[in-house]
Design a protein around this ligand. Sequence first.
Ligand SMILES: Cc1cc2nc3c(=O)[nH]c(=O)nc-3n(C[C@H](O)[C@H](O)[C@H](O)COP(=O)(O)O)c2cc1C
Length: 314
Amino acid sequence: MKLFGNNKNSSTVDLSVNIGGLKLKNPVMTASGTFGYGAEYSEFIDLNRLGAIIVKGLSYTPREGNPVPRIVETPAGMLNAIGLQNIGTEAFIKEKLPFLRKFKTPVITNFFGDSIDEFKKSAEALSSADGVHALEMNISCPNKKAGWIIFGTDPKVMGKAVSSVRKTTKLPLIVKLTPNVTDICVMAKVAEDSGADAISMINTITGMAIDIRRRTPILANVVGGLSGPAIRPVAVRMVWQAHKAVKIPIIGIGGIMTAQDALEFLIAGARGVAVGTANFVNPHATIEIIDGIEKFLIEEGVHNINDIIGSLWT
Ligand SMILES: Cc1cc2nc3c(=O)[nH]c(=O)nc-3n(C[C@H](O)[C@H](O)[C@H](O)COP(=O)(O)O)c2cc1C
């Protein structure tokens, strides 16, 4: 069954999308924490081809992260407890941004804090830096002042954090949702009502692995975040639900390894996608996904990618 017509002669496809005011030449981005600060992958792929580069999560001051071991492979994905290790906003702006400015690809900075003040300080510093095109707020971290409640799991705490950051920046503000909640639609709506221009979803799902001989947890942090193919069906379901709950654009994330996986998210309602764990397995994954989406659209006779977004028949 052909859903979009049958014009196989045409090889021109418009892949461009607009995510909360940010114009991208195609919908494929890099998921935060899996692509370093961009330079790390520049000898493998042409960074100019990417829709956007989302860099490793930044805190206002540098962090060392958790003790090792911090990564475990599972049959269908990866568990990590890196602990948000990073060089801090100031070093990022001075040492990493000049390299990224050479490319015609928007840079989205992922940032976090353990208090609303820290979120605001990072957002302010990043907003005034030349070469930052949008902010992605990672709310999967605990709010020390609110008694270690995870920002993204309590609607009130999250709403306050998002609306405070909203006031500090004119850049497109993307709020990255955690899946570790009862009702993802509630959190998506809070993000929208608090001033987010877009949401990205999902972050990792809390998990754990055990060394059965030593009878100890494998990760030094005991628990970690599960990513990769194992979480994709959960992520697709959540994107589909959120797409019906909010009007702001969604960036779909979770176990995207191929163009087919990315297309599932777009059809479910995501306007963009971010590729994470796949970068570790195949550094060319993002480019193969862009080419694969284009090929699929040509085969289906779809000239504009926006025609496929949210096109799910249920
Ligand atoms: C090693 C590692 C580090 C990550 N660091 C961050 C981070 O700093 N900020 C963030 O918002 N998400 C971070 N994530 C989550 C990813 O951006 C992504 O949401 C998640 O891995 C699901 O996508 P995937 O299955 O394609 O990897 C990290 C994931 C991994 C595997």
